[in-house]
Structure formats: C-alpha cells, structure tokens
Ligand binder design. Structure first.
Ligand SMILES: *[C@@H]1O[C@H](CO)[C@@H](O)[C@H](O)[C@H]1NC(C)=O
Length: 289
C-alpha cells in the first residue's frame, strides 16, 4: 500500500483492523460534535448510525487532522422519505479562511433520486458546486465514497469511479487549492429544508423521522499533522501512494469514466452557470475534461 515511514501516518479509523496494527474504535478516532445521543457507533461492525429528528441532527469529526491523503467511507443513505435532509462526509480545516472538500447527499421524496453535491473551499472561498445523480440507489446498499487529495489534484470517487477532479493551479490562480491547512474528517446529518430538495420546494417531512444514515469502514490513509507541524506532509511526500501519477492525472480509463458520469448524470455544474458566473471561473478549464 505504499510507504508508511515516519513521515506518513496511517490514520487509525474504525476500519483499520484490516491493516493489523491500529485496532481503533470509534472513540479512538472520532469525537461527537453535536447531539451525542444521535450518534450510535458499533465497533463490532465498524459502523456508525446518525439520526435526525425535528429536535436535532448529529455530527462527528476525527480527532486527528490531515494534510493530503486518501479518505473513504461506505454509506447507506436514508431509505424512503428523505426530502429536506442532507447527509455529509467531508474534510474541513478549522478557523478563518478555511479549506473544505465535500460530499453532500441531498435527500428526496420517496422513490425520487438522491443528488450527490460536491464542493471545494480554498482559503475560505467555495462556490464551486457540482451535482450529479447516482447510477444506483444509494439507499439500498453500501457504496464507497472517497476523496484522494494530493499536491496536484483532488479526485472525488464513487465506487472507484471518478466523479470530479479539482486541479492544483496555485501557480496560475493563487488561493484556489487547499495546500497548507490540516483538515479533519467530519460526517453529519442536518435539516436543509430551505434548499436541499428541488431547491427547497420540498421541506423535511418530520412525520417520517427519525431519519437514519449508516456510515461504515472509514479508511484514512493520509499524512497526519501533529503539533501543528505540517512540514512532514509538505516535504518528501512523493513516495506516498496517493501522490502517484494515476492520482495526479486520471489515466485513460478513468478519464472515460469521468466523462461518462458528467455526460449522463450531471445535474448542475458551477462552471456552466453563466448567470451566476458570467465569466467562467479560471479553474474550470483545467477541471473539465
Ligand atoms: C428529487 O427528484 C426530483 C424529481 O425527479 C429531481 O428533479 C431532483 O433533482 C431530485 N433531487 C433533489 C435533491 O432535489
């Protein structure tokens, strides 16, 4: 799986039993950020259930923070009625001018398709939303959602199929790529009645609550930042597997896959929202294949 020298730390997660030496449970890896009773981990199945009622949703976040790496989770989304709800899996730094890399799952009415919304913030600036339909029912079974973030590119993958890239073009457009702020991994469920489903036309239908989403098999293979010292993650990093050529530039197979996803499943792309951005953002030319 690449090099795990002193510079690269395999983030323990509740799935890392696989790697033999990091038998972490939920409480070793995560903290409950809000509504503890809505966050129910089960270390025997490496899973966590998040629930939302009209009173509150829930959020948990990793104790450690990371700068570059691969971050994945398996998710089974809210079955049946889920309009107005959002479930998320994302990376975020703390403080002002934050960086963030998002997966957000926008619920829908029974039988209507979920939308997967992605975004990336660099130095506090986001506004880079894309939305796709999925090619499967994400409520029927677990699927893998992964971010690979390296010095050249961020790749969002669903079941190993790339759905989006964001290139590091700091040399062309400064402050457009997360390069120096360590990020935690967070997961949440929250009410977004005002915008999630058909632009807010369908609010959360509380009579169907509690809404339940299951996360399992977290895997973080990433450079962990200790004592705010980012230098181990920004020097001599080239040997880390997530920095490899295939993750700096998609290979031919993955280019074809990404194009197909965009052709068939894209619902919204900020790069083609000419009302919102009369001048197309600079990075779009680099990220659109
Ligand atoms: C919900 O379903 C409607 C109708 O199929 C669709 O237009 C919409 O994009 C779906 N998703 C969301 C999050 O609104």
């Amino acid at each position: 799986m690449g090099t795990f020298g002193s510079r690269t730390v395999l983030g323990c997660s509740i799935a890392v039993l696989l790697f033999g030496y990091c038998l972490a449970g939920f409480n070793d890896e995560f903290t409950k950020v809000w509504t503890p009773e809505h966050i129910v981990p089960d270390d025997t199945t490496n899973s966590v259930q998040l629930t939302m009622t009209q009173v509150a949703g829930g959020q948990f976040a990793s104790i450690n923070s990371f700068l570059y790496g691969s971050f994945s989770v398996k998710l089974k989304l809210i079955a049946g009625e889920s309009s107005g709800t959002v479930c998320s899996f994302y990376l975020t730094s703390y403080g002002t001018n934050h960086d963030e890399i998002d997966f957000e799952f926008l619920g829908n009415e029974t039988g209507q398709p979920y939308v997967l919304h992605t975004n990336v913030f660099a130095n506090g600036v986001g506004g880079r939303e894309q939305r796709i339909f999925l090619w499967f029912d994400p409520t029927a079974d677990f699927h893998t959602y992964q971010v690979v973030w390296n010095h050249a590119q961020i790749t969002w993958l669903v079941d190993d199929i790339p759905i989006r890239i964001h290139k590091n073009i700091e040399n062309v457009l400064p402050n457009s790529y997360p390069t120096y702020q360590p990020q935690v991994i967070a997961s949440s469920i929250f009410d977004a009645s005002s915008w999630a489903t058909r632009g807010g036309a369908v609010p959360t239908k509380w009579e169907y609550s509690p809404f339940v989403v299951t996360y399992k098999d977290f895997s973080f293979q990433a450079c962990r930042v200790s004592n705010n010292d980012i230098s181990p993650c920004t020097t001599n990093y080239q040997g880390n597997w997530w920095e490899a050529a295939d993750y700096q530039n998609l290979n031919a197979v993955k280019v074809t896959q990404l194009k197909e996803v965009h052709q068939k499943y894209m619902v919204y792309d900020y790069c083609t929202d000419y009302v919102r951005y009369p001048t197309t953002p600079v990075e779009c030319a680099y990220n659109t294949l």
